[in-house]
Ligand binder design. Structure first.
Ligand SMILES: Cc1cc2nc3c(=O)[nH]c(=O)nc-3n(C[C@H](O)[C@H](O)[C@H](O)COP(=O)(O)O)c2cc1C
Length: 319
């Protein structure tokens, strides 16, 4: 696959972003069947053997969808690998991804040339998640197939850069596949990302409230009820800063005033099992929550996003 061919089976230039404890095979399959790249973190399945089963489940479902409707646009799927020392499963999970020839691998938190080489060897694509221009340059030099610019306001471990500044600066030196993340919730946001210079949009928070996601129903409801004023950017949960919903922080007993004083400390990046415990009750979401008001099936959500995207294109006379 080439970065250009990645978009040929898409109904929208969109990736449903990987989310710890939230993305599952049902969400990935529904996204891909509706022409949007579906992604999940390998660690969402507790074991490497389980990951193997999930990949078989996803591939079987997508193959069936392709056979049953040969005209339909069925998007490729993606697996997210956390590339850092806190992930003891990295090598084993990578081998399973290579075995399945996963079409797209999204690497985050670290960059390793041998991983890029292993994916390229079978024709897969590597998209790398970055939150600074420095890391964008390093990833481009290392030969990844696309950059995911995680701007301020994103769910999870968000960046701090303004998206206009971030995309503009990356485009000064990089003309490859560029994906924008952070607070995108509406179909017109996808068009705006393209006008800014990105090729694709990356939406996480918008898909938490999808019917198929693994998020607790109360988590989905909190996403629908929250506004950007209730998103707290703090390093207190993971050691590195991330965005979390204020209501879930207070429910878990945190004092929001105290949280403001917490200092980032990457050395304190929690061990994965501790992190998993925290993220089960302290719910991450990005600033785009204010535009999300209801839980929808992925099919209806994608339909709505396409409609909003096309309406914006017509309104602004963009071909
Ligand atoms: C609950 C949650 C969990 C996340 N977990 C991961 C993860 O495991 N790996 C990763 O690369 N990004 C993770 N992210 C970040 C998303 O992949 C994506 O960058 C982000 O959601 C985009 O911003 P948005 O939420 O404003 O759309 C997570 C985001 C959320 C909301």
């Amino acid at each position: 696959m080439t970065p250009n061919s990645l978009t040929k089976d898409l109904t929208l230039p969109l990736i449903a972003a990987p989310m710890f404890l939230v993305s599952n095979p049902e969400l990935v399959i529904a996204a891909c069947e509706n022409g949007v790249i579906g992604a999940f973190p390998a660690l969402n399945r507790r074991t490497t053997e389980g990951l193997d089963e999930w990949l078989t489940q996803i591939e079987t479902a997508l193959q069936k969808a392709k056979t049953e409707n040969q005209q339909a646009k069925i998007a490729p799927y993606a697996v997210n690998l956390i590339v850092n020392a806190a992930n003891p499963r990295l090598q084993a999970d990578l081998e399973i991804c290579v075995k399945h020839k996963v079409p797209v691998i999204i690497t985050s938190l670290g960059l390793r040339e041998e991983i890029i080489g292993a994916i390229h060897a079978y024709g897969g694509l590597v998209l790398h998640d970055i939150a600074t221009v420095y890391h964008a340059r390093k990833a481009a030099d290392a030969g990844v197939d696309g950059l995911i610019a995680v701007a301020a306001g994103a769910g999870g471990h968000a960046g701090t850069l303004n998206p206009f500044a971030f995309i503009g600066e990356i485009r000064e030196f990089y003309d490859g596949l560029l994906i924008l993340a952070g607070g995108l919730s509406h179909g017109k946001d996808i068009l705006a990302a393209q006008i800014m210079g990105a090729d694709l949009a990356y939406m996480g928070t918008r898909f938490i409230a999808a019917t198929e996601s693994a998020a607790d129903p109360a988590y989905k409801q909190m996403v629908c009820d929250s506004t950007s004023a209730e998103i707290v950017y703090t390093p207190a949960i993971s050691g590195v800063p991330g965005n979390f919903m204020a209501k879930s922080l207070t429910q878990a007993g945190f004092d929001l005033n105290e949280l403001e004083k917490a200092e980032p400390d990457a050395k304190k990046l929690k061990l994965l099992h501790e992190e998993a415990k925290a993220w089960k009750t302290i719910w991450s979401a990005g600033q785009g929550v204010g535009a999300i008001h209801e839980t929808l099936s992925t099919k209806d959500l994608v339909r709505r996003l396409i409609n909003e995207y096309e309406t914006a294109r017509l309104k602004h006379k963009i071909k």
